[in-house]
Design a protein around this ligand. Structure first.
Ligand SMILES: [Zn+2]
Length: 486
């Protein structure tokens, strides 16, 4: 028997996760994520999915039987509305918490696409009027909020550890999936795919994003199940995170310094996970008297909806979080947060004369309200830009981390005078050692490892480590590469 793997995203790069697998005429897509990077690249990459619109709409063979979504992060889920727009009406299997997170997250992503298209259209018109080279012409948005709602209709819940038939049957030819807890974010999974043909079964494990032990709120990752092939992420394949204890000390030092000089702390953060974790840390430090009380704003219409999803899905919490929650009214410090919903409230923050922290999306500073906060704050040396998550190359976030002296924000060159600091230990991604340890239970049965979801430099280092420790063949596919395994 043979399974065909078609790598279509997050290949030698981090974002845009999408892998197409085919066996005995059955087709399944693992993730359908949004690529984030240079605008020209992003527009082209995001608009071409692994299958054509004719295939997705069932008008050309092979069609798509099912989609499996590992978790809700936009780089894994953000092209699902496009899949729906191009005519796909089949099931998208994922966990109940991921379904609840995808509602507000895909809507928000669609809103960003719509505003982006509007912005480019307006700029084009303005430049034409004043006889400037107009730049890229107006294009319709990649997808709309209606497409996001349509994609939401296709989401189907699966329970962890329970096999789900995706296509065909387990007897003759078909695909079955079983998901386990990835410990990366609320509802995140690793997915074991079992492909059967003529009574033979091949097991393919997709890591999704590999999480970490002892992250606040969510449960630790499950042990990796046995498999014949592994598709594994490699975001931090060349790095080790610093210990959590050091993070608190660094954070306390930074916060106290900014409060003393009367600045603002600007935190680009996904509305999911990092926001809730960072707030929990700050809350614990304020309670322990390690830092003074100060206002924390969450400037994201998405964040309050996401916090509600966190509250609802206590089945995904670890024992500590459950005990902590039942002890007090505001165990996680979520009541401490001030949410800004409207654009007016968001803009009003810039008039505030007292020190405060504002958390706002997007996490890589590519879109959303964070751009306005950076535009207003990045030139003031009293301010701190606190980076808490992975920054893909060519994003504004990566330029800030690289301490570039001048950056472009909303089309205007700005001098970076604010302090920029990174705290990587809050990352939901396993580091090199954690990735190697996570794959230890599955390594003895593996025939080959495919590394995805990492920059080539990080992948190459991890490849060497896996070859050395487990004596396995490791491949780093490029976008469009096809492999046959069996
Ligand atoms: Zn993720």
């Amino acid at each position: 028997m043979a399974i065909r793997l078609h790598f279509w995203g997050a290949d030698q790069t981090v974002t845009g996760s999408s892998h197409h697998i085919e066996c005995a005429g059955q087709n399944v897509l693992l993730d359908c994520g949004l690529f984030q990077g240079r605008r020209e690249d992003a527009a082209n990459i995001n608009s071409h999915l692994a299958l054509t619109p004719e295939q997705l709409a069932g008008k050309a063979a092979p069609g798509l039987n099912a989609v499996v979504l590992s978790h809700a992060h936009i780089d894994h889920s953000g092209d699902l509305p496009l899949l729906a727009k191009q005519g796909y009406r089949g099931p998208i299997y994922t966990t109940p918490s991921t379904i609840d997170l995808c509602g507000p997250m895909l809507k928000d992503s669609a809103h960003i696409q719509e505003s982006d298209a509007q912005f480019i259209g307006k700029r084009y018109g303005r430049r034409q009027q004043i006889k400037m080279p107009p730049g890229p012409g107006p294009e319709p948005p990649l997808y709309t909020q209606d497409d996001a709602a349509q994609a939401g209709q296709l989401l189907r819940p699966v329970k962890l550890h329970e096999p789900q038939v995706l296509a065909g049957s387990t007897k003759d030819a078909g695909f079955t999936m079983t998901s386990t807890n990835a410990g990366h974010m609320l509802g995140s999974t690793n997915v074991l795919m079992e492909a059967t043909e003529k009574g033979q079964t091949v097991r393919l494990l997709f890591s999704g994003d590999v999480g970490r032990k002892n992250l606040p709120i969510i449960r630790d990752p499950d042990a990796a199940p046995a498999a014949d092939y592994l598709i594994m992420e490699s975001t931090y394949g060349d790095r080790l995170h610093s210990p959590m204890g050091d993070v608190k000390a660094k954070l306390a030092g930074l916060v106290k310094a900014v409060l003393a000089r009367g600045g603002h702390i600007i935190v680009p953060a996904f509305a999911v996970e990092r926001t809730q974790q960072l707030v929990l840390l700050l809350h614990q430090m304020i309670e322990a008297g390690e830092i003074p009380e100060f206002p924390i704003f969450v400037d994201s219409p998405l964040a309050s909806a996401v916090t509600e999803v966190f509250k609802k899905h206590q089945e995904d919490w670890d024992a500590e979080a459950c005990a902590f929650y039942h002890k007090g009214e505001d165990a996680f410090g979520w009541n401490r947060l001030k949410y800004t919903q409207t654009v007016q409230e968001s803009k009003a923050l810039n008039e505030l004369k007292v020190p405060f922290m504002v958390l706002s999306a997007s996490g890589m500073c590519e879109a959303g309200r964070i751009l306005h906060h950076l535009k207003n704050g990045v030139q003031d040396p009293r301010n701190l830009v606190l980076i808490t998550g992975y920054q893909a190359p060519n994003t504004l976030g990566s330029k800030l981390v690289a301490k570039e002296q001048e950056v472009n924000i909303l089309g205007e060159p700005m001098r970076v005078r604010a302090q920029v600091e990174s705290i990587d230990s809050l990352s939901g991604h396993a580091d090199q050692q954690e990735l190697l340890d996570w794959m230890a239970p599955v390594a003895p049965t593996l025939k080959k490892v495919f590394l995805v979801h990492g920059e080539l430099a990080a992948m190459t280092v991890l490849k060497g480590k896996i070859e050395e420790r487990y004596k396995l063949e490791v491949v780093c596919p490029k976008r469009g590469d096809r492999f046959e395994v069996g």
